[in-house]
Unconditional design. Sequence first.
Length: 236
Amino acid sequence: MLRALRRAGDSSNTVIGVILLIMLLVFVGPNVLPGLLARTFPFVYEGVPCDRLRNAENRAAHQSLIGRAAQNPLVLRVQVTNVPTVPEDTLRLNIIITNNTIGTVPFIFDSAQVIVGDDGSSGVGLLFEPVSGFSTGGVRRTAGVTSFPENFIRLLGPRQRCVHSVSFPGSAALPALATGTLRVRAYYRITSGGTATLAQGSTAPAIFFDQGLAVIPGGLVQSDLVDVALPVLAGG
């Protein structure tokens, strides 16, 4: 009988454990687990590639009211995934963009337009200190734009995050790394809410007259500065 009671108690403990695990995943997982996994296992990304996010469609008729009302919805972070030790190696970084609201938030993103430096146009970029020697090869096509092509507009769902990876030749990074002064931050700039127009052939009435992009106070959000340092070798 004692053995049977012990088995019944074990079963109850298992059920309680499963319930607690589910609660942990529901309440903590969306914000904590992705980062924890990425820090524990460097090959695990914290989110989907930003290029795979949904594109906007017919912004004149389809927008999230919660997203439009969001305050400070985007958080940016830079993650250093590889530091070169020889010129032939590469410096690899992840730009992580997180929507910290419960609404769907649009932002301007195109992987071919992620640049180093800030030319005042809309999009995602990186800023290095010191600034010389780095280029993604990206070219911005958003300067002076008042209505953004919808293939430039990506949608981040509630609490969703995306990752964009960039690489630079070790030859560009090593001079700054040798002095121990290399630092980097990511930024996102938006210059206009965008003028919304109905999609060609759409029969739906126009509800919104802008593309809902003016959700960033001051039009600029930046990540913290991250130090890029050479790895410390054992016995060195």
